[in-house]
Write a protein that binds this ligand. Sequence first.
Ligand SMILES: NC(=O)N[C@H]1NC(=O)NC1=O
Ligand SMILES: [Zn+2]
Ligand SMILES: [Zn+2]
Length: 509
Amino acid sequence: MERTLLQWRLLPLLALIAALLYIFFASPRSFQETQGNNKKCSLLPHDHYWISSKRIVTPDGVISGSVEVDGGIIVSLVKEVDWHKSQRSRVKVIDYGEAVLMPGLIDVHAHLDDPGRSEWEGFPSGTKAAAAGGITTLVDMPLNSCPSTVSPETLKLKIEAAKNRIHVNVGFWGGLVPDNALNSSALESLLDAGVLGLKSFMCPSGINDFPMTNITHIKEGLSVLAKYRRPLLVHAEIEKESEIEDGSENDPRSYLTYLKTRPTSWEEGAIRNLLSVTENTRIGGSAEGAHVHIVHLSDASSSLDLIKEAKGKGDSVTVETCPHYLAFSAEEIPEGDTRFKCSPPIRDAANREKLWEAMMKGDIDMLSSDHSPTKPELKLLSDGNFLKAWGGISSLQFVLPVTWSYGKRYGVTLEQVVSWWSDRPSKLAGLHSKGAIKVGKQADLVVWEPEAEFEIDEEHPIHFKHPSISAYLGRRLSGKVVSTFVRGNLVFREGKHASDACGSLQLAA
Ligand SMILES: NC(=O)N[C@H]1NC(=O)NC1=O
Ligand SMILES: [Zn+2]
Ligand SMILES: [Zn+2]
């Protein structure tokens, strides 16, 4: 008797629970396809809302006010003095107080290694790290994935691998390699397929299916890029005699040994060679419309002087450096600590000082991460052999606090951070609907607290696939990312990501 009574009471309850579970878990699937409406894309249940802050970085300076976001677009921007109390009560407002609101970072140089080497990084982990670091768009390099992105077919594989797996927006550079460089229709088909520009190496890349180009390849590549008005990014190092034979006579655990195998003359030689063809990019030149962007400059002396000279003559040339060259110096790299190995190498403290000077003067145009992870085994952390370990720094999540923490002593301003990380990169990549807090632009935004300090230790969630290989582990930084919005979706807030990966692909039209 008691048992039947219990059944009678339990059955309707169970049915109710089942119905609720269905509503929560099954039905949302029907609208997961439509990105903007999918609640799982955002930690915020609104499509139309305002964000207030005392420090909004706009093209017209830092203001106190509110930004209105509707359907992923910035639809208005109101100064605090013009913002009426009556308006405030009618709409959803997220008030960040003193925290800084600025455009999300655009990282034009990241290796996510997907497909083919996703055990090194991959789209999900890499873009989660980006979101946690305030990066709202990144442009993935054509090498380290397998195969390399050198044709429409291989680009298609990238696109497939990225679909529904990216937490921020992702675009792609295509590879300029000997196989396609002298074949304009091959290059055109790659550009037609949507790469934002091309990338080439002037020395061995470390990846067998991505061979280096010579200056003829580069010249031909530029003439095709001119028609598309897209850039060529160049890893500018050229193999020359090094200060020591191959390093094998010297201690491979000493950073100095590695540094001597890749002297500044490698960068200078490559840049001199490269700049012999950039006059074609001038107004009226045979490759007008093409642009050359030198990636990860490390040498702040002769190499930089050559770039300044070319710019002065009207060549369409820009240059980036990376946070690791601005944060670290050769002197402080511990013996055998291959987490710091990258190419070109991190040079001495006097060079780092000159790099900062060039940043502050505007001689270096922008920053990028050159996030290039691998699996820990290839970093040879226990051997500590600098000559054999994989070269690449893992940094994606930390580039904003690193730029700010190390730049503070040089008087870096919020506007400079936006110029180096959002405005200039958006122009390089041709992403004209991004890069500024301005009416009509996409609502790709970061909220961060410049004054908040934190330590990157085991307690701090790092979203790289292999957190242990980051050279920033153990550093104390200032500049904590609070919230990241990608096309109006709140994709990251206080350590938590939105569950679905709703970043969009950025293909050139
Ligand atoms: N292949 C690759 O990622 N190489 C990068 N790593 C690095 O340190 N410099 C590079 O160009
Ligand atoms: Zn490189
Ligand atoms: Zn790189």
